[in-house]
Design a binder for this molecule. Structure first.
Ligand SMILES: [Zn+2]
Length: 91
């Protein structure tokens, strides 16, 4: 046996250490992901614009009215995997 080479048990311990590190890393990453994927808190009501816009789904025909949005020209909501068509601003 040549002393310069690590012993078999040392290699095993190294591998186990790497495995533990990987598990801890993945666990930490999962925690971080679950923290960052939470939705941001809604802005205070004072910063919301009161709007009145109707949208219609071009696929199934459902209509909805949007009364509040963070800005006056919000992106259209989606229904049936399509962007909804703007019907008419009621104002
Ligand atoms: Zn639809």
């Amino acid at each position: 046996m040549i002393a310069a080479f690590p012993t078999f048990s040392a290699i095993i311990w190294f591998a186990v250490g790497l495995l533990i590190m990987r598990i801890v890393w993945r666990f930490g990453f999962g925690m971080l992901k679950s923290m960052t994927s939470t939705l941001p808190p809604p802005p205070p009501t004072g910063e919301m614009r009161r709007i009145n816009v109707r949208y219609r789904c071009s696929v199934c025909g459902v209509e909805l009215r949007l009364t509040m949005a963070p800005d006056e020209d919000p992106p259209p909501p989606r229904h049936c995997l399509e962007d909804m068509d703007i019907v008419a601003p009621i104002e």
